[in-house]
Design a protein around this ligand. Structure first.
Ligand SMILES: O=P(O)(O)OC[C@H]1O[C@H](OP(=O)(O)OP(=O)(O)O)[C@H](O)[C@@H]1O
Ligand code: HPA
Ligand SMILES: [Mg+2]
Length: 185
């Protein structure tokens, strides 16, 4: 689904980051990651469900073999603000001992999910834990999160598309769009 197919959907404001911009940036990040992890094994940990698209495209942009595993945590439910309570809905299959772990995320908003998740994964004795996120909202941060790879810093507006949902909708939009404020204010 692309932005044209949802033109007229009053819940969406405008395309904010196009499919082409997303793909170009992911290729750049993949280049950096390939270089930084040269000679090391690499385990990508995707955070369900939002990171599915980023994981699929980033992993395929890497010119090397990687392992992929998934974790499901939830802090948002159906609203547009974080509840602050993080729950594990599905844990990893992989044992992280001595592994180089790269968490792949769609967005860091308040930072609560990722700050909780990195300390959880670090307690499993990995060789390293770093974060790659497509989007980050610097103005919304409530918890400092040390992020190695950031696609785009964006202002503090609710965005959907490319995996990001509002009440489970719009994840299959190929671009990233802003949600019209009347929908949630
Ligand atoms: O920095 P934070 O304020 O913690 O927000 C970021 C998190 O919120 C979203 O997940 P959500 O809980 O909505 O689950 P989903 O990926 O299934 O949509 C997003 O995918 C991040 O994981
Ligand atoms: O802006 C957002 N959009 C969708 N999901 C999110 N989860 C945290 N922030 C966002
Ligand atoms: Mg969500």
């Amino acid at each position: 689904m692309d932005a044209k197919q949802i033109e007229g959907d009053l819940a969406l404001d405008q395309t904010y980051i196009s499919e082409a911009e997303i793909q170009a940036r992911l290729r750049e990040l993949a280049g950096e990651i390939s270089e930084d992890y040269d000679g090391k094994d690499l385990l990508l940990v995707g955070v369900l469900k939002g990171a599915v698209m980023v994981m699929a495209d980033l992993a395929r942009a890497l010119e090397r073999d990687v392992e992929m595993d998934w974790m499901a945590v939830s802090s948002y439910g159906s609203g547009t603000t974080s509840s602050g309570v993080v729950r594990i809905l599905k844990d990893l299959d992989a044992d992280l001992t001595d592994r180089h772990v790269l968490i792949v995320e769609d967005i860091i908003d308040s930072g609560l999910t990722l700050s909780w998740l990195t300390s959880n994964l670090r307690s499993r004795k990995p060789a390293s834990v770093e974060i790659c996120t497509l989007l980050r909202k610097p103005e919304a941060l409530k918890m400092a999160v040390d992020v190695r790879y950031v696609g785009f810093d964006i202002p503090n507006a609710f965005v959907v598309g490319y995996g990001l949902d509002y009440d489970e909708r719009y994840r299959n939009l190929r671009d990233i769009a802003t949600l019209a404020p009347h929908v949630y204010s």
